[in-house]
Design a binder for this molecule. Structure first.
Ligand code: ADP
Ligand code: MG
Length: 604
C-alpha cells in the first residue's frame, strides 16, 4: 500500500484554524481591537459596514510594525508576544497565539497599513485568501490600520451561515463594549455604515460605563473594592431594584480581559440572594486583578474562558465583596455569618429596614379603560365569510344569538336585559351560540385581535396615532438604541412617532391609539427583549416578533373586569380575525360546549 498521509498546504491549514478563531464578524472585531491594544494604542477606531460582512476596519495609533514584521504578522504562529512556553504563565498581552491575522487573511480580503514612529514611510500589504497580492511603501500615519473585506468570501457555507445584519451587528456591539469597558484609559470610536455609534473619550471606569450604557446608569451603580492576597476586585454592581430581566449587562474582566465564568457569576448572584424577584438578574461590571501565574487563559481558543488556581476562595471573596458593598450602600441584607472574618469590615446594618426590590408591573392595565380610548379602534377591511361563522348560522342578523330571556335576570343583575355575553371570573366571556355555548378566554382572544391588528397595520401602513402632549424622553443603552433604530420604521407603521434618537435616549412624540402613555417604557423594553431573545429562531420575521410582543404587552389581562361593550368588542373582533381559534402563541382562544353534551349531563 502506498503512503497516504500528506501535510496540508498552509492556506488550507489556515482556513481550518480560521474556523476556530473567526466564527463571525464580531470575532474579527475582537482580534483586531485586541491587537491594537497590545500595540499600546491610545486611540482606536472601528469602522464596520453591513454588520461586518463587507468591511471591518480597525485603525490604531499604536507602535506599528516594521516592513518585515508586517509581512510576518500573517504567518501562522507568528507572534511578538511570547517566545517560550513559560511565557504563557506570565501574560500581559491579549494575544499570544499568533493565529488571528493568519486566520483572518485566509478567509477574507485584507489590507494592512502600518508605520512605526521612526520610519519615514510605512508599508501597505494586500492579502487575499492567504496569498500576498502586493506589498508597497506608502505614506501613512504612525500606527496600524487593518481592513478586512468580504469575510468568508471563499467559504460560502460559512457566509451563508451568518445571521441577519441585526444579529451580527449586535454581536459586534457586544464585543466592542467589552473591549471598551476593559480599557477606559483608551479612546474608542465606532462607526457603522457611516453612522457614529460610539465616541468614547478616556476617563475613569464609572465614566466609561456611563458613556456606554447611558447616563441613567450612573445613579444605579454601587462601587465595589476589595483587596486580598489572591485578588483585587474593583468595579460596580447595580442596585437590586434596577435588576433586569436579561443577563446582557453582566461583565467580568480578569486582568483587563473579558471573560465568561458561570461559577463566578453564581457568586455574584448569590450575593443578591433574596434581593431580586424571580426572573431578574443583577447587572455588574467587575474587574478582577490576579497574579498572571495563577490563571490559565489557554483553555479556550477565543480566550473568553479562563481557569483559576483557587476558584473556591475566589468565589467566597467575590460573594463577600458584593454583599459587603450592597450592605454598605444600604441596599442589601447584612452579611453571612459564616463568612471569612478577615474580610469583615465593621458596620452595622442589622437593624435597618431594607427596601424591597421594586418591580413595577401594572396588572390592571386595560387599554379599554384609557381616557383617550373607549374601545379597540382599528380598521377592519376583511369580509365576513369565514368557517367559524357557521357557529352562528341561523341566528339573528347581528351574528350572535342571545338567550338572555331564558336566564334569570337576577343572576346577572349587573348585565343589561338584552345582553348577549357574560363575563365569568373576570377571565372568560361566555356567549350562547347555535350549537351550544362558547367560552372565550379574554386575554388570549385579545392577543389574537391585537396581533392581527398590528400585522395589518404594519403592512398597510395606515395606523392611527395619538400625539403626546409632552414628548417622552426614554433612556436606553447603545445596543438597544441600535436595535430601536432598526425597527423604527415598523414601530412608526403601527402608530409610534419618534423625535430625536441620540446615543442613549429616545424621544417618543406619539403612540398607537390603544396604548396608554405610562405603558410606553415597558412596552418598548419588552419588545427589545423579545427581539433579542429570538436570536436562535430567525425563521420568524422581526415584524412577526414585534406584533407578538406588542400583543402580549397590550392585551387585556385575566382579572380585568369588562363591561358589555368591551365583551362584545372582543367577541366580534375575534371572529373577524383570520385565525380566531388560537392566540399568537398557539393557545386556544375559545372552546365550545355542544348543547347535546349539556343535554347528556341532564339525562344521566
Ligand atoms: P497575536 O496577537 O496572538 O500575537 P496576531 O495574528 O493577532 O497574533 O498578530 C501577529 C503579530 O502581528 C502580533 O504579535 C504583533 O506583533 C503584530 N500586530 C498585529 N496587529 C498589530 C497592530 N495593530 N499593531 C502593531 N502590531 C501588530
Ligand atoms: Mg492578536
Amino acid at each position: 500500500m502506498p503512503d497516504i498521509i500528506q501535510l496540508l498546504p498552509d492556506h488550507v491549514a489556515n482556513q481550518i484554524a480560521a474556523g476556530e478563531v473567526v466564527q463571525r464578524p464580531a470575532s474579527v472585531v475582537k482580534e483586531l481591537m485586541e491587537n491594537a491594544i497590545d500595540a499600546e494604542a491610545t486611540s482606536i477606531k472601528l469602522i464596520v459596514r453591513e454588520a461586518g460582512k463587507t468591511l471591518i476596519q480597525v485603525i490604531d495609533n499604536g507602535k506599528g510594525m516594521s516592513q518585515t514584521d508586517a509581512r510576518l504578522s500573517f504567518e501562522r504562529h507568528a507572534t511578538s508576544k511570547i517566545k517560550k512556553a513559560e511565557d504563557l504563565f506570565n501574560l500581559h498581552t491579549k494575544g499570544f497565539r499568533g493565529e488571528a491575522l493568519a486566520s483572518i487573511a485566509a478567509i477574507a480580503h485584507v489590507e494592512l497599513r502600518t508605520k512605526q514612529e521612526d520610519q519615514q514611510l510605512g508599508s501597505c500589504l494586500k492579502i487575499e485568501g492567504s496569498t500576498l497580492i502586493s506589498q508597497e511603501n506608502i505614506s501613512t500615519p504612525t500606527g496600524t490600520s487593518v481592513a478586512v473585506k468580504n469575510l468568508f468570501y471563499n467559504i460560502p457555507a460559512r457566509r451563508n451561515f451568518l445571521k441577519s445584519n441585526t444579529i451580527e451587528t449586535r454581536h459586534i456591539v457586544n464585543e466592542f463594549q467589552r473591549v471598551a469597558l476593559a480599557h477606559p484609559n483608551i479612546a474608542f470610536s465606532f462607526y457603522h455604515n457611516e453612522n457614529e455609534v460610539y465616541n468614547l473619550v478616556t476617563g475613569n471606569l464609572r465614566q466609561r460605563i456611563v458613556a456606554i450604557l447611558g447616563k441613567k446608569t450612573n445613579e444605579k451603580l454601587v462601587p465595589i473594592h476589595e483587596i486580598t492576597d489572591l485578588v483585587e476586585i474593583k468595579g460596580f454592581v447595580t442596585k437590586p431594584e434596577f435588576a433586569k430581566r436579561k443577563r446582557d449587562e453582566q461583565f467580568f474582566f480578569v486582568n483587563d480581559r473579558f471573560i465568561k465564568n458561570s461559577y463566578l457569576n453564581h457568586a455574584v448572584s448569590s450575593a443578591f440572594e433574596n434581593l431580586l424577584s424571580g426572573g431578574h438578574f443583577p447587572t455588574y461590571f467587575l474587574y478582577l486583578t490576579v497574579p498572571t501565574n495563577s490563571i490559565d487563559i489557554n483553555i479556550h481558543p477565543t480566550k473568553t474562558e479562563i481557569k483559576f488556581d483557587d476558584e473556591k476562595t475566589l468565589y467566597a471573596i467575590l460573594r463577600s465583596a458584593v454583599k459587603h458593598s450592597l450592605g454598605q450602600y444600604n441596599v442589601g441584607p447584612i452579611l453571612d455569618f459564616d463568612r471569612d472574618a478577615t474580610l469583615d469590615t465593621p458596620y452595622n446594618l442589622k437593624d435597618k429596614s431594607l427596601p424591597n426590590p421594586r418591580v413595577t408591573v401594572n396588572q390592571d392595565f386595560n387599554p379599554f379603560k384609557s381616557e383617550e380610548q373607549k374601545s379597540i379602534q382599528f380598521p377592519y377591511h376583511r369580509e365576513k365569510n369565514r368557517e367559524w361563522e357557521s357557529l352562528y348560522n341561523g341566528l339573528d342578523s347581528t351574528g350572535i344569538d342571545f338567550k338572555s330571556e331564558t336566564v334569570d335576570p337576577g343572576l346577572f343583575s349587573e348585565e343589561k336585559e338584552n345582553s348577549k355575553t357574560y363575563q365569568v371570573h373576570k377571565k372568560y366571556i361566555v356567549s350562547s351560540i347555535k350549537s351550544g355555548i362558547v367560552y372565550i378566554n379574554q386575554q388570549l382572544a385579545h392577543q389574537r385581535i391585537l396581533y392581527e391588528e398590528f400585522l395589518s397595520n404594519i403592512t398597510v401602513k395606515d395606523a392611527m396615532s395619538q400625539q403626546l402632549l409632552f414628548p417622552l424622553e426614554l433612556s436606553f443603552n447603545k445596543t438597544d438604541i441600535v436595535l430601536i433604530k432598526e425597527i423604527k420604521t415598523e414601530l412608526e407603521s403601527i402608530g409610534f412617532l419618534f423625535g430625536e434618537i441620540s446615543n442613549d435616549t429616545l424621544v417618543v412624540m406619539g403612540m398607537p391609539v390603544n396604548i396608554i402613555e405610562s405603558q410606553i417604557p415597558s412596552i418598548i423594553e419588552h419588545l427589545l427583549e423579545d427581539i433579542k431573545n429570538d436570536i436562535p429562531n430567525t425563521s420568524f420575521s422581526q415584524v412577526d416578533i414585534m406584533a407578538k410582543s406588542l400583543s402580549k404587552s397590550l392585551a387585556i389581562k385575566t382579572g380585568t373586569k369588562l363591561d358589555l361593550k368591551e365583551q362584545e368588542d372582543i367577541v366580534n373582533k375575534l371572529f373577524l380575525c383570520k385565525q380566531p381559534d388560537s392566540s399568537p402563541f398557539g393557545k386556544r382562544t375559545f372552546i365550545t360546549v355542544n348543547i347535546d353534551e349539556i343535554d347528556k349531563k341532564f339525562n344521566n
